[in-house]
Design a protein around this ligand. Structure first.
Ligand SMILES: [Mn+2]
Length: 297
């Protein structure tokens, strides 16, 4: 059985107890093993209750975030870097307190369309701030997974090659790449080869269609993607990410350019995604086994 996760925004963008309960219950009932929650201020949610509910439902949890412009750790303004550093530390603590081990997303610079190209200085500012955050994260057991994003959502890490260079500069053993097929489709020369190139530096995976709707109804070649994950020995989570303005976090929707509703029935969407990922990963396993078997007389 494959480890399959789902982003909570398939269910709800709210963080009230009732909205979270709905997201947890749906996730559990449809057979997902992990729920990904967008970071929200721990003061705004009942952390103890949420940790208990996750444990009761035997759900793993991942937290994701994109740094806001006022917390951009690649900024020339030290007060902005300081604020982003604090946001990351709070997110690490929240992940740990919920029983999770992965913080993911655009953790290295602001999430959003940039007006400027990155500079050597912004890269080094980000690397230096992030190295300190990585050191801070070590006792928590939470890994930091940097989402390589498309050019419209980040100006810094758009490809696996750039992500690997950033990891090398940070030089910490608890930092990995978070790859998302939606973003890779826009930027990589070859998605499957890029996954192989990431290899053991891969820490978290988002699976999303080229238009962020139903898997298999866009232009992505998921057979080669599942084969690549199998080839690098990926046994960890693949998390389904799909957004619709039907269920909306307005700020995030604008950042991601969600202008069309590609689905209305989230239960049907999630059921389909779970089956699609499961059969895709199982098939890749069978194929790999077949390739290794010499049927000799
Ligand atoms: Mn993603």
């Amino acid at each position: 059985m494959s480890k399959i996760g789902i982003h909570s925004f398939v269910w709800s963008a709210g963080s009230s107890k009732s909205e979270l309960e709905k997201a947890l219950t749906h996730t559990h009932e449809l057979g997902f093993d992990l729920i990904e929650l967008s970071y929200s201020d721990p003061d705004q949610i009942d952390v103890r209750w949420l940790a208990d509910r996750l444990r009761e439902l035997k759900l793993d949890v991942a937290i994701s975030m994109g740094l806001p412009p006022q917390g951009d750790i690649s900024s020339d303004d030290p007060s902005v870097v300081a604020r982003g550093t604090e946001d990351l530390k709070k997110a690490i603590a929240l992940t740990r307190d919920l029983g999770g081990t992965k913080l993911a997303g655009i953790l290295y610079a602001a999430h959003g369309k940039s007006d400027l190209a990155p500079t050597r200085r912004s890269w080094e500012t980000s690397v230096s701030a992030f190295a300190k955050v990585a050191e801070h994260a070590k006792p928590s057991g939470v890994t930091l997974n940097l989402e390589v994003a498309n050019r419209f959502e980040s100006n810094m890490l758009n490809t696996v090659a750039q992500g690997l260079a950033y990891l090398a500069d940070v030089g910490a053993s608890n930092v990995f790449l978070h790859l998302d097929t939606f973003h890779m489709n826009i930027e990589e020369a070859d998605i499957a080869l890029a996954i192989r190139h990431a290899g053991d530096k891969l820490g978290y995976v988002h699976i999303g269609e080229s238009h962020r709707g139903y898997l298999g109804t866009g232009t992505l070649d998921f057979v080669s993607i599942f084969d690549a994950l199998e080839a690098i020995g990926w046994q960890d989570y693949v998390t389904f990410e799909s957004f619709s303005s039907a269920i909306v976090d307005r700020e995030l929707s604008v950042k991601m350019g969600l202008w069309r509703d590609l689905w209305a029935d989230n239960v049907a969407l999630a059921r389909h995604a779970h089956a699609f990922i499961e059969i895709g990963r199982e098939t890749a396993k069978l194929k790999a086994a077949l390739l290794k078997t010499a049927h000799l007389p």
